[in-house]
Design a protein around this ligand. Structure first.
Ligand code: AMP
Length: 308
């Protein structure tokens, strides 16, 4: 099944208690496509960059089977730029700077062979752009997922709510779920968000794992306890990429398979945080992913002796 990926392709400045990295490659679509490329080679990117983006990184994505026909390159302009600083707990972070640059007037155009995508991952970017992409699809996809963040809730809440009406899965973090729903309890937030449109909600809780709310059911996937976290940037996007890559490759959107997909997403995110930027995501192989999945199984597997 083909996976259409929309999102930023960007430069980031990242500060953590352990160091900093300037002008490294980032962006939601970059992380999503890299993570998904371990599950499917049928990925199509829609995004925009300036003429400042390294060709080697684009070639690397192409070599992983990522179709870049929907990537616009704006001559004489700069790529999206984001700067963030992580707190000492490595969970919280402050955005120091967001420069939309080429994203400010981005009008996505879907090439003809993108318009029948079965799986769609609307990664974090302008809600109006996410909507424009949905409007160009020729047939209803099997599954549409959307990721967003507080920046868009602060600046474009109405447009965001419009696009959320049209999706199947929303992936956001706990603070964003509270902001979107106005509810503090995540269970109440999930119920309120279901009413907004998506029948599936995934709330990411950083090092505390992720909750999957599927109609009336709930599933919890832990994050892997890691001795060293270098850079959490992109972990949420990587999670979404692993999740959607796995779902597209299995073509099964049952609750049971969604549970597996959430753990595959968590496994990919656990790699992402081990090095700065996209470095770690580029050096994986199937054996490493299988070994990591085994650690997740061992982490939650126990034999309850219940007298029922
Ligand atoms: P994550 O850590 O998964 O939330 O994603 C971090 C990535 O999102 C970084 O590589 C940034 O380039 C990108 N990013 C940050 N802010 C935004 C934004 N407002 N819209 C789209 N992408 C963003």
């Amino acid at each position: 099944m083909s996976l259409l990926v929309v999102g930023t392709v960007a430069f980031d400045n990242i500060e953590t208690p352990f160091g900093r990295a300037d002008m490294v490659v980032g962006g939601a679509a970059t992380y999503i496509a890299l993570a998904a490329s371990y599950y499917t080679r049928n990925i199509k990117i829609v995004s925009v960059i300036g003429d400042d983006f390294p060709e080697a990184d684009l070639d690397d994505l192409r070599s992983r089977g990522v179709d870049m026909a929907g990537l616009q390159v704006k001559q004489g302009e700069k790529s999206f730029f984001w700067a963030g600083r992580y707190h000492d707990d490595m969970n919280g972070r402050d955005t120091l700077d967001t420069q939309l640059n080429v994203l400010a007037d981005f009008d996505p155009v879907l090439p003809a062979d993108y318009q029948n995508a079965e799986f769609v991952m609307l990664g974090n970017l302008t809600p109006a752009v996410q909507m424009r992409v949905l409007d160009q699809l020729k047939q209803k996809p099997k599954l549409i997922a959307l990721d967003t963040m507080n920046f868009w809730m602060d600046t474009a809440m109405d447009e965001l709510k419009e696009v959320i009406k049209r999706i199947d899965i929303l992936t956001i973090n706990d603070e964003e779920a509270r902001q979107l729903s106005g509810e503090h309890s995540l269970v109440k937030a999930a119920a309120a968000i279901h009413q907004m449109g998506p029948r599936i909600l995934i709330i990411k809780k950083g090092e505390h794992g992720a909750l999957l709310f599927y109609e009336n059911e709930v599933f919890f996937a832990p994050a892997l306890p890691l001795a060293e976290v270098f850079d959490p940037t992109g972990a949420g996007d990587t999670f979404a990429g692993g999740l959607m890559g796995y779902l597209a490759s299995t073509n099964d959107i049952s609750f049971e398979n969604l549970k597996r997909a959430v753990v595959y997403g968590s496994a990919m995110a656990s790699f992402c945080v081990e090095k700065f930027s996209t470095e770690r995501l580029k050096e994986l192989n199937d054996d490493m992913i299988t070994e990591r999945m085994l650690r997740f199984v061992q982490l939650v597997n126990f034999d309850a002796k219940l007298n029922t």
